[in-house]
Each structure stands twice: as structure tokens, then as C-alpha cells.
Design a protein around this ligand. Structure first.
Ligand SMILES: Nc1ncnc2c1ncn2[C@@H]1O[C@H](COP(=O)(O)OP(=O)(O)OP(=O)(O)O)[C@@H](O)[C@H]1O
Ligand SMILES: O=P(O)(O)OC[C@H]1O[C@H](OP(=O)(O)OP(=O)(O)O)[C@H](O)[C@@H]1O
Ligand SMILES: [Mg+2]
Length: 324
């Protein structure tokens, strides 16, 4: 047990797969599927004690919830839907900037007077009173739907569990409305559905998620730290720049306040010669350049990094803070 490796669950198919592999590759983490392409287990090249499990986005959630996997990449929508006590079971370490999708309530476009959840409540009451039937909601997000409708005081409805092509349900007559996920809106449009004005249930994207129920052995923690350190260093690099300049030593007194003003650092301290080096956030680069010019700096260059390793990082701290 104390020897068990880190289990990292990554999407094996679907729209998250390529993005997840690209995300890890940027951090210098390359999957190798050891025994043939159909194998669902693999390793991370150059990082010991990691076992990669290739599974579906929804299976990743199950493995994180049960503790079968330590770390996983999956959609927040699936986490919130499949784990009732998500905040106890898992830690969302960071959103990953892909797999964006909104879970929404949509009704037929033909319902021109129905724009809000309150309008929907009236429709439901009306259907019940006039036809003795309940409003039917097609969805695979049963739990998210129940929670959202309850928060809005809507109880007169019936869930029709859908396993695919949810948006087709109203057209097919198996439900009146849907709760589903949308990104471009194309599927809703093709099915003549519209989103209610206050019908946004959740904004989802892919997240790096840690399981609170996995066995966090020293080995697993160490391997996770190695993985997270690289991911954090890649992110830090992507959002930072190096600014270099030649500055007359008589003018360096302005440097510290310039750095402070824009939250930049002088990684090598106050310059001893004419060479000044600053690290700053991407968004402040040109203000810092202007500030340097104002104190007479010359030959100013701006460079990007591949990786920027800090003594510590937010990802590792979150993990160790909770599981360490
Ligand atoms: N337009 C989208 N539609 C559905 N899911 C999306 C979309 N954009 C991003 N996602 C994310 O991808 C997750 C699942 O992706 P995908 O449907 O490709 O997986 P899958 O392995 O094919 O699963 P399934 O076969 O159950 O659909 C979603 O739960 C969501 O977090
Ligand atoms: O707003 P859009 O960009 O049109 O995307 C939304 C559609 O994509 C998803 O289906 P998916 O392709 O994953 O098929 P599935 O229902 O079989 O999972 C989702 O269930 C919607 O039907
Ligand atoms: Mg799908």
C-alpha cells in the first residue's frame, strides 16, 4: 500500500481526449501507452511512479469519487452531476481552459411567452391543471436538474432520463423541454430550442481534479508533486515574460518602485552593472517597457520562457494542503 503509485485518469475518447493530451504535452508530460494502442493503461515518460488510466470522462469521475484514481481530467459538469458531496470527495485543483460547455434549460422556440424559469413554473402549473399531466424534462443531468429546479421552487415536473440526442426529445414528443449541455448552440438551434434567460445551471470546463478518497501514499504524493510542478511551471511561463535592458547605474534607483508598481520581480536582485533583468506578468509588459524607457533604459528586450519554476506553486500547495 505504501508503495502504490499515483493513478492519473485521462480521457480515452471524446472531445476532451486530444485537449488533455496536448495540455500534458505542453507541460513536458508525455503519455506512453505501453502495450499497444488498445491498452487502457500507460505511463508518463520520465516521471516514475505514475500509472495512467485511459477512461471515459464520466468513468474518471467515478474513479475520483471512489478513490480508484488520485488525479483526473474531466468536466466540472460531470463532477457536479455524478458526485452528490463533490466538495468532500474531490478537490478541483485548476480549470484547464478547454472543454467549455454550459448546462442549460431550453424550451421550444415556439413558446414565445416563456422566457424565464418563473414563466416555466406557470407552464408547468397550467399543464397540470388543464391536462392533468406533468411537464416532462429530458436530460442526462438528473441531479443538476433536480437541484436547480428545487432552488427555483419548481416541483411540478417529471424527469425523462435521456441517454443521447436529448435535444431531439421535444421534437419526438417524449418531453416538452430539455436540460443539456451546449457549446456553440448549433444543436439547440437545429432542434428549434431556446435557452431560458435565467436558465444557465452551470458553466463547465475541463478541470484537473484530485480525489480526497484515494490512498495518498508518500509515493503518490511525490509523483503528484512532480506532475503538478511541471504543469505549474508551464502555466507560470505562459503568463510571464522576461524584460532585459541596459541601464546606466546612476538610474537604478527607479527600478524597485517600477517593479513594485507592476508586481514584477528582480530575480537577480539590484543590478551590479548595466544589465537589468525583470520578470513580470504578460499583461504588464508594455507598461514596464515604458517605465524603463522613462528612466533612460536602452536595448530593451522581451522574452518568453518554456518553463518557469517557482519555489512553490498554487497547485502543489492545494494538493498538499488537503491530502498531504
Ligand atoms: N459541446 C459539448 N458537448 C458535450 N460535452 C462537452 C462539450 N464541450 C465540452 N464538453 C465536455 O466533455 C465532456 C464529455 O465529453 P464527450 O461527450 O466527448 O465524452 P464521451 O467520452 O464521448 O462521453 P459520452 O459518450 O457519454 O458523451 C462533457 O461532460 C463536458 O464536460
Ligand atoms: O452546442 P453544441 O456545440 O451544438 O454542442 C452540444 C451537443 O454536444 C453534445 O453531444 P455529443 O456530441 O457529445 O453527443 P452525445 O450526446 O452522444 O454525447 C451535447 O449533448 C449536445 O448535444
Ligand atoms: Mg458526448
Amino acid at each position: 500500500m505504501t508503495d502504490s503509485p499515483l493513478i492519473l485518469a485521462v480521457p480515452s475518447k471524446g472531445r476532451l481526449q486530444e485537449n488533455a493530451a496536448a495540455f500534458f504535452a505542453r507541460a513536458g508530460l508525455v503519455f506512453s501507452q505501453s502495450r499497444g494502442a488498445l491498452d487502457y493503461r500507460g505511463t508518463l515518460t520520465g516521471v516514475p511512479d505514475v500509472e495512467v488510466a485511459f477512461v471515459s470522462a464520466s468513468e474518471i469521475v467515478s474513479q475520483l469519487a471512489s478513490g480508484a484514481a488520485h488525479l483526473g481530467i474531466t468536466g466540472e459538469d460531470l463532477i457536479r452531476e455524478q458526485i452528490p458531496d463533490a466538495d468532500d470527495a474531490v478537490e478541483l485543483l485548476t480549470p484547464l481552459g478547454f472543454g467549455y460547455a454550459n448546462v442549460i434549460v431550453a424550451v421550444p422556440q415556439a413558446w414565445i411567452d416563456v422566457r424565464t424559469m418563473a414563466d416555466l413554473d406557470e407552464v408547468a402549473a397550467d399543464m397540470r391543471a388543464r391536462h392533468g399531466r406533468k411537464l416532462r424534462v429530458a436530460t442526462k443531468y438528473v441531479n443538476l436538474t433536480r437541484r436547480f429546479f428545487a432552488e427555483r421552487g419548481i416541483s411540478d415536473y417529471l424527469i425523462v432520463e435521456s441517454l443521447g440526442a436529448t435535444e431531439g426529445a421535444p421534437g419526438a414528443g417524449s418531453a416538452e423541454i430539455v436540460v443539456d449541455i451546449t457549446t456553440t448552440g448549433a444543436t439547440l438551434k437545429a432542434n428549434a430550442l431556446k435557452i431560458l434567460d435565467d436558465g444557465l445551471i452551470l458553466r463547465s470546463e475541463a478541470n484537473l481534479v484530485a480525489s480526497a478518497r484515494a490512498a495518498w501514499t508518500d509515493k503518490a504524493l511525490k509523483a503528484a508533486t512532480a506532475v503538478l510542478t511541471r504543469i505549474a511551471a508551464e502555466e507560470e511561463a505562459r503568463t510571464s515574460r522576461e524584460v532585459r535592458a541596459a541601464l546606466d547605474p546612476s538610474r537604478v534607483s527607479g527600478l524597485s518602485s517600477l517593479a513594485q508598481q507592476f508586481g514584477a520581480s528582480l530575480p537577480f536582485g539590484q543590478p551590479t552593472g548595466r544589465e537589468v533583468v525583470l520578470h513580470c506578468k504578460v499583461s504588464t509588459v508594455f507598461e514596464i517597457v515604458a517605465g524603463l524607457q522613462a528612466i533612460g533604459a536602452q536595448d530593451i528586450t522581451v522574452r518568453t520562457f518554456d518553463y518557469l519554476f517557482r519555489p512553490t506553486n498554487a497547485l502543489t500547495e492545494r494538493l498538499l494542503g488537503r491530502m498531504g
